[in-house]
Design a protein around this ligand. Structure first.
Ligand code: SF4
Length: 164
């Protein structure tokens, strides 16, 4: 696999102009991160930028061949410090659960997720998940007090490897 780092700057119209590294593997961008060697921004990227490579804005994108080929299956991004004590390896099947329910997908062990926070990117259909349940199986069905919006973004869960 041919891998290189392309150096650049955040494309947002923002005076900070954070220096950025884009990892390219076999011609495909696979990771965006701050440039730790830049003397001013020293590796910082704000929360708007690190998920630039997520190609699904909603589940209709999972029907598009181009996006689907880049993100073929649901995954859970989990930090190495959280994965190791649970015996979870990169590419392993995992079960994500709480008292509301569970879903299963593939682990991507990476420091793209902060330690203590697992990230289940959105966009796949329920039938794309083993067992037919997505991360919404673990979320509250309550509505927010202000505006009656869904409560579905942050969620306390446990993660364990699927054996067998
Ligand atoms: S990463 Fe965030 S803070 Fe930095 S230039 Fe881009 S938008 Fe501005």
């Amino acid at each position: 696999m041919a891998t290189c780092i392309v150096r650049g700057a955040c494309p947002h119209d923002c005076p900070d102009t954070c220096a950025m590294h884009t990892t390219v593997e076999d011609g495909r961008a696979t990771r965006v991160a701050g440039d730790p060697d830049h003397p001013i921004t020293v590796g910082f990227l704000c929360g708007k930028v690190p998920n630039y490579l997520d190609l699904f804005l909603n589940s209709t994108f999972a029907n598009q061949r181009r996006q689907r080929s880049a993100q073929p299956r649901p995954e859970l991004v989990i930090h190495p410090d959280d994965a190791a004590p649970r015996g979870i390896e990169d590419g392993a099947r995992v079960r994500v659960l709480n008292d509301r329910g569970e879903f299963r997908c593939i682990a991507r062990v990476s420091d793209d997720a902060r330690a203590g926070v697992a990230v289940a990117p959105m966009g796949w259909w329920n039938h794309d998940y083993e067992g037919g349940r997505s991360s919404q199986a673990t979320t509250s069905q309550e509505l927010t007090v202000a505006g009656n919006a869904p409560i579905f973004n942050d969620n306390r869960v446990e993660v364990e490897p699927v054996r067998g």
